[in-house]
Write a new protein. Structure first.
Lengths: 627, 627
């Protein structure tokens, strides 16, 4: 039977009871599916134009994701609608993937491949009356000749005599640490690893050839735990319910297994040739992956249960790789500074620098590492999801049609992702918009919007008029409330690095480099970020972007034992700063609410360039502080 | 309902469908049951005197163990006959346990208790804002203060935050090697271990308090693998069949679990407070316990698959102790020299001696270790079961009524175990009988019996006339064939130590001590053993008995890490002698067939004392050899 996709007009032929999503994949049609067809993300919404009678009945899951109005309009989830005859399907823009990629590759410094898992091909002399040595001793002696003192795992002991003889005394040993964990007859060099970055929202997996270090496949999916709660705190709440931890653990383990399965399918590699998985994630994701109770994390003094790195048997975790495979879980620093932050430090190498570096990993929680060599301070701030487009009236993620940058000259000009008609505004666009409004004086430094400007309506500041937009119905605006959200977010971040600057006794000109990490960070205009005070005022050339480095760190720890040790060392050496326990926290936060900051001396150039009126409130306050 | 036991005349009241064995246990009636009621040993045969209609029908298992004649005579297996009404039961002497104990304790030198598993009670400071250290780091730091660098097991990671808080930051950690494998809230010092000696016929288990080293319980049972074959070779044959290894492994694992359960029941200790099991056994028993294919052992060059000691997770083995408990399996030396031989060397401390020691562990396979310090040679000889009473016409094990020693002066005098009327002759009695016959000249040095003596009948040499015996029906005799069996057995042993003496270039007077190990060995008269040539001619004061030391060695390795390391060292340092590969093997064996030896120069005192005619055959042969 046939599925015709509109507006492409492409026909795809499929077998009975395939889903529309199957058809889209087969036809290489751009259709979003972040959960991989699990009816979790609700992204694969399509409109049935013809042949709705040739589809399976509307499922409960579809009813969950689609409003009654949408159901009436003919919307279905492509992953759930099974085709029993010809249909014509339209894909709305909102269901396109655009450039919003689930896997954003971060930088990865060159390193020497030295995986924790090794394989060795060994030829042994046959047992004879003159040399009737036991099989295990024969093997271990041979290995000792190359300087390795190993033990054999019980599973190897069990099959050793038969494998030795089947292989004609030629075998391949798989070695983890000081143990031979598997043997195969003959020469069998295949050796793969899988790196996983467990984000609160997304899970990314990377299949790596451990002999060459080559990345063979990368893929991502929505963290299925999202159905138990969108953010860390609501997940932890769920964990406190009966069987909550178990449910959350099973969900993420299944997700990782499906990423592994997918990568193996595509690369035609048997999953039992994957011998190790490395895991990074924030502390809560780390605990939930391990099935460790995370309930103490959100309460002062926010202690993680487990901070050291751990090696766990894959079989014990239910991760479907080689049954004797190892799961290496990177360490944590604090309740809100996890292995993902360590991975960033690892990938950016700031612990090797002699100059002062500031590393900002932007996200719902923003971690800021600041310092050099062994003097690195780190903190976490609850910056919230504003920069990812959430809690912003017309905010959206950085997908097709998102306004990603904006300027106000005589009039407003903007750019959208894929040059599509605007559908909303993403983080970088929001930062630009507020910086520009500040610069031209539409808002004051306290974020108060003035209504004189022709672009300011009752709704707020209009970035795009409705006739310019994709739906043609609504203006895309920045509201006063949006500005407040951004103020709070940037204040959280600014408070973090300001407290750390105070601690180190340094000023802006001491900062050699600011490194922005995180998938979203890459799109930001550094000038705008400085204007609103999210970053300290430094030369724009000192600001660099490294993308999503959590996955980079996971891959590095997979490929190199040295990097793994470094990660452990970083976790123990970095000085964690608990912002809430800092005396100047409240004052710093209040001062940081104004843009760029209550004390404009920190931002001489920004102060010079902005036309924004200085908030009277702040002037009064500053006077008080000075007196 | 009631079971009346004869000849005791004791009434035991039991519930419907209890077995006769249950009744006997309840009434404290002496009734043999070596398999623990599994219908494996066939030892619990009873005769139904009245009420046979009040019993369950005869089972297939009973048909296997009881001849048709016995079934007609009213024999039943007590473990299978279930009581549905009153019965009167007679227990024949052959079904009494007598002194034949399944567990024969060996000597055990004093040692410092230093178990591989430890417990530590730890009080931690509570997590605070000033010290928000992660739970795991807090714990490991505290432990590091006493000099231990540990890691935590995944299972511990999972429960750490809750146990810490449940215990008010006071916990007990269980430590195996460098890993914390369990934590409990509060102070929980209970720490037990279980040592197992897997014999081909018997399995013995010892429950040990690992804090004090105290032996809390010892028990034994028939090795249930016996239903798959009586000796090592027939077990290996069974292992080569489909699922054979699995069946044999399951049988022994179940046996060990039932020994553990029994010991725990009696001592009222929870089995999860047992954290480690140590295992010794001959190489084939070792392999079958581990589920390792033993099929290459019986074929030249007789290589074991596994010779190194192994640590295996109890859970992986199915041994029901603490789920994170460890199974320590002692090493092997060769295909026919296993961990039981190492245990003997360990317990007798011959590796610490500066003088020449000969250690003979008597059994179906007799291991002989010979030497001093690092110069210990070891071999194994297939001495067969003659000394255990098997393959001997009226041979029996050392149980009530066995003739255990014998003398010929004017007439024959003998002693029996428990001073009961004789029922047969056990190993020590057989050795005495043949030595005495040789001494008084009833047999020649080739073992040929002369018929002039009044005690020599057509059957053979009469040790006890029928009117003296328990059944009153048959003379107890030593037949010509019996003598041949003993000759072969002692020749095998003598060949072993003679070849080793040749290798070391030593003579009898160089031997400081001869140590006889093995349950059976303890009953032997050393003078008789020298007379027949089983031992070299040394001062009788130089011969000592140490009992069953395999279990001793297993307990030592359980209690002390140092002993465990010594066992590994012994396994690697001892020089294994493959007798079959020795050039002089055939010649030595032929010469050893005569008693005490073809060359009487080795036995000047025996030669002097015996009245035996020197075999003409041997005289001729010796002449040939001398020329």
């Amino acid at each position: 039977m046939n599925v015709k996709f509109l507006p492409e007009g492409k026909h795809v032929s499929i077998v009975f009871e395939s889903t529309i999503l199957d058809a889209a994949l087969r036809g290489n049609i751009d259709l979003a599916s972040e959960c991989g067809g699990e009816a979790l993300c609700g992204r694969c919404q399509v409109i049935i134009v013809e042949g709705s009678e040739n589809l399976s009945p509307i499922s409960e899951e579809e009813k969950k994701h689609l409003t009654n109005e949408k159901l009436r309009m003919g919307f279905r989830l492509a992953c759930r609608a099974k085709v029993t005859g010809d249909v014509v399907v339209k894909i709305p823009i909102s269901s396109r993937t655009g450039i919003q990629k689930l896997v954003v590759m971060g930088i990865e410094p060159p390193l020497i491949i030295d995986a924790h898992i090794k394989k060795a091909y060994i030829e042994l002399a046959k047992s004879t009356l003159d040399d009737p040595t036991a099989d295990d001793i024969r093997l271990l002696k041979k290995i000792k000749q190359v300087g390795l003192e190993l033990k054999i795992d019980y599973g190897v002991a069990k099959k050793l005599p038969d494998v030795l003889r089947d292989g004609g005394w030629k075998i391949t040993a798989t070695i983890i640490g000081e143990k031979i964990v598997d043997i195969e007859a003959g020469d069998s060099p295949a050796l793969y690893g899988f790196a996983v970055d467990i984000g609160t929202t997304k899970v990314a997996g990377f299949l790596v050839d451990l002999s060459t270090g080559e990345l063979l496949h990368a893929s991502g999916m929505i963290n299925p735990q999202i159905s138990f709660g969108e953010d860390v705190i609501s997940r932890i709440s769920h964990a406190m319910e009966k069987d909550g931890i178990k449910e959350l653990q099973e969900a993420i383990v299944e997700a990782i297994n499906s990423l592994i399965e997918k990568a193996c399918d595509i690369t035609d590699i048997h999953r039992e040739k994957i011998y190790e998985v490395s895991i990074v994630g924030n502390t809560a994701m780390h605990h939930l992956f391990l099935g460790v109770n995370p309930e103490y994390i959100p309460f002062s003094p926010y202690p993680p249960a487990i901070a050291h790195s751990l090696n766990v048997d894959a079989a014990e975790m239910g991760i479907k790789i080689h049954p004797k495979g190892n799961i290496h879980v990177l360490p944590n620093i604090a309740g809100f500074v996890g292995g993902d932050a360590i991975a960033c430090i690892l990938a950016t190498r700031i612990y090797e620098k002699d100059d002062l570096h500031m590393l900002i990993d932007l996200g719902t929680n923003t971690e800021i590492a600041f310092g050099y060599r062994d003097n690195i301070f780190i903190c976490s701030t609850a910056s919230g999801p504003a920069f990812e487009g959430a809690h912003i009236k017309q905010g959206m993620r950085a997908a097709t049609g998102a306004i990603s940058s904006m300027k106000i000259d005589k009039d407003v000009s903007f750019e959208t992702i894929d040059d599509a008609k605007p559908r909303g505004i993403c983080g970088s666009g929001i930062v630009d918009a507020i910086a520009e409004m500040l610069r031209v004086g539409i808002i004051d430094t306290a974020g108060e919007m003035f209504h004189e400007h022709p672009r300011v309506t009752e709704q707020g500041f209009v970035v795009a008029w409705k006739h310019e937009t994709a739906n043609g119905k609504d203006d895309i605006v920045i509201t006063q409330k949006d500005i407040r959200e951004v103020q709070k977010a940037k204040a959280a971040i600014q408070t973090g690095w300001r407290i750390m600057m105070n601690k180190l006794g340094v000023v802006e000109r001491d900062i050699k480099k600011i490194i922005i990490a995180g998938a979203f960070g890459s799109f930001i205009n550094p000038a705008s970020a400085e204007t609103i005070g999210m970053l300290p005022e430094v030369a724009l050339s000192a600001v660099t972007f490294v993308g999503n480095t959590a996955g980079s760190g996971a891959r590095m720890a997979l490929k190199s034992q040295e990097e793994r040790l470094k990660a452990d060392e970083i976790a123990r050496k970095v000085h964690y700063v608990e912002l809430a326990a800092e005396e100047d926290f409240q004052m710093e936060y209040i001062n940081a609410l104004s843009m760029p900051h209550a004390n404009l001396d920190y931002y001489p150039q920004v102060a010079n360039s902005i036309k924004a009126r200085i908030s009277k409130v702040l002037l009064r306050k500053n006077k008080n502080l000075a007196s």
